[in-house]
Ligand binder design. Structure first.
Ligand code: CTP
Length: 528
């Protein structure tokens, strides 16, 4: 049997996994049963990018709002009718927590009657078999996959299949969803589903779509990896104009979208977690009027998307202004400014800025300046014992990088000269092993007389230097090495810590007093 918890753990990003654990904790404390459901399960099993986390609780998630806020989550909106909470969990993880429910469609075009229900009933009200699975996150059954419609088999067959014949009549937004998923996954509709789809189209079921569903589908476009191809697929099916009558692929800034997605990948490759949704909406609607754009925004249920989309240009302008000012007068300052900026803003400016200085600085930040990191002499730093175990290491490494960026350390020699004062004293040699007693020690002495020799030669009064138990020559050598090196280094150390050119950089940390040499070495020196 497949281990779905293991699959979930290896497929989610670290932040998403923390998000699952956090939601699980909150649900457990509140005493409600919790399931990971819908698209998250589909994507975990199929191997596609997991865009967001859909949870379902048997209970009212709106009551958990305070608990989520206390745990550092942002409430991005809620839907009172279906009792769903939209969240941004720490680490920028999008999540939705809905109430486990039935939806009864009494009249075409009317909102369904919602009733709290079991998870099994909840799965029956969903759109496609691949979206109608739930993974238990509850003690006692954690890891159990509920898959009443054999969604796993349809994932393997790469098919989109509705759960029953009335699916598209009941919720015509599923026609848009079918086209969107087909374009995203390149999965066809199963034969009967295709027939129902065609019939729904012919009979114009779409005119009964609910406003709330339109807003939900508009927002979903913002999270597509290839939004333009989805827009084109929706246009081909005549669904784009359902989302807004003036929307068409001609209203999209196609070059902007292409560059956005390319730059986004570049940022991801550099290790950034970047949410491009606001920028995607900006480009998808680039040629629509302001009024049309406001109409689109008004329908979106998540206020975090509405706000980030609305403010993206202003925020980017602010950052551009700062990039042109004193705050970014040097490469190191620019680096600091951009490192502290939201990756979403860097992404948007990288794609939109027409100003050469701004574009150039962002380009350097993403490419050239990163290569400067390779000029930090890590092997030599290790030799100097400037390693991450030092508390001041992050500051030293950062200062070297900043000085290299600004061209204030122009050569390898200059860099080493800067670093040497930060070298800590070598660690004291390990205490010599105790002299053994009894037959074992005698046996060792018998087979290794050379080992005992230096000790015997030592004429110290009172306690003799303890004899190493094995391989003394090697031990003595290796122990002597750091000490000798430290001496040599002490000689080489400049009187003043940092060279003039780099005065403003980090100051070397105070060094602890040197320790007395160990008895083993004393004995050795005497012998010489
Ligand atoms: N759902 C449904 N019918 C709809 C909308 C949603 O049955 N009209 C159910 C599906 O089970 C879906 C889940 O609610 O998987 C979550 O909805 P949503 O987030 O829109 O879909 P995802 O499947 O997560 O798709 P995406 O990958 O686009 O986020």
């Amino acid at each position: 049997m497949a281990d779905y918890i293991y699959t979930m753990e290896i497929r989610l990003t670290p932040d998403q996994l923390k998000g699952v654990n956090l939601v699980q904790e909150i649900a457990r404390a509140a005493g409600v049963t919790l399931y990971l459901t819908g698209g998250a399960i589909r994507d975990i099993i199929s191997g596609f990018t997991i865009r967001d986390l859909d949870f379902t609780v048997q209970g009212n998630p709106l009551k958990l709002q305070k608990d989520f806020e206390r745990a550092g989550a942002q409430i991005a909106g809620h839907d009172e009718d279906v009792r769903t909470l939209f969240l941004v969990l720490p680490g920028n993880v999008r999540a939705e927590i809905g109430m486990s429910r039935t939806e009864e469609y009494e009249k075409v075009g009317k909102a369904p009657v919602i009733t709290p229900a079991s998870i099994q009933e909840d799965l029956r009200r969903r759109d496609f078999t691949v979206n109608a699975m739930a993974l238990s996150l509850n003690e006692g059954s954690r890891g159990l996959l509920l898959d009443p419609f054999n969604g796993v088999a349809d994932i393997e067959a790469k098919l989109l299949r509705i759960l029953h014949n009335y699916s598209f009549v009941e919720d015509p937004s599923r026609l848009i969803r079918a086209a969107r998923f087909a374009a995203r996954f390149h999965w066809p509709l199963e034969e009967r589903t295709q027939q129902r789809y065609d019939a729904a189209k012919e009979n114009n079921y779409m005119e009964h779509i609910l406003r709330g569903a339109v807003g939900h589908e508009i927002a979903q476009l913002a999270h597509e990896d290839d939004p333009l191809s989805v827009i084109r697929a929706l246009e081909k099916e005549d669904w784009l104009k359902v989302l807004h009558p003036h929307w068409s692929s001609a209203k999209v800034d196609a070059n902007g979208i292409a560059l956005l997605m390319k730059t986004r990948q570049q940022l991801v490759d550099l290790g950034y977690t970047v949410d491009p949704s606001a920028a995607v909406m900006h480009f998808l609607t680039a040629k629509l009027s302001d009024k049309d754009i406001s109409d689109l925004r008004r329908q979106i249920p998540r206020k975090d998307l509405i706000e980030s989309w609305r403010d993206i240009e202003d925020h980017a302008k602010d950052l551009a202004k700062r990039l042109m000012g004193k705050e970014a007068a040097t490469p190191s300052r620019t680096w600091n400014l951009l490192s502290a900026a939201r990756p979403e803003m860097i992404l948007f400016l990288a794609v939109t800025s027409r100003h050469q200085t701004v574009a150039g600085k962002i380009k350097n930040f993403l490419t050239k300046w990163r290569q400067v990191q390779q000029r930090i002499p890590l092997p030599e730093m290790t030799e100097l014992l400037i390693t991450p175990t030092l508390p001041e290491y992050p500051k030293i490494a950062r200062d070297v990088f900043m000085l290299l960026l600004d061209g204030r350390l122009r050569s390898h020699t200059e860099t080493l000269k800067f670093l040497k004062p930060f070298a800590p004293p070598p660690p004291p040699p390990p205490p010599p092993p105790r002299r053994g007693r009894g037959p074992k020690a005698a046996a060792v002495a018998a087979v290794a007389p050379a080992a005992a020799a230096p000790v015997k030669a030592g004429k110290g009064k009172g306690k003799a230097a303890p004899a190493p138990a094995a391989a003394p020559a090697v031990v003595a050598k290796s122990e002597a090495k750091p000490e000798a090196k430290a001496k040599a280094e002490a000689k080489a150390k400049p009187a003043k810590a940092a060279p003039k050119a780099v005065k403003s950089a980090a100051k070397p940390a105070a060094k602890p007093a040197a320790k007395k040499p160990a008895p083993v070495k004393k004995a050795k020196r005497k012998k010489r």
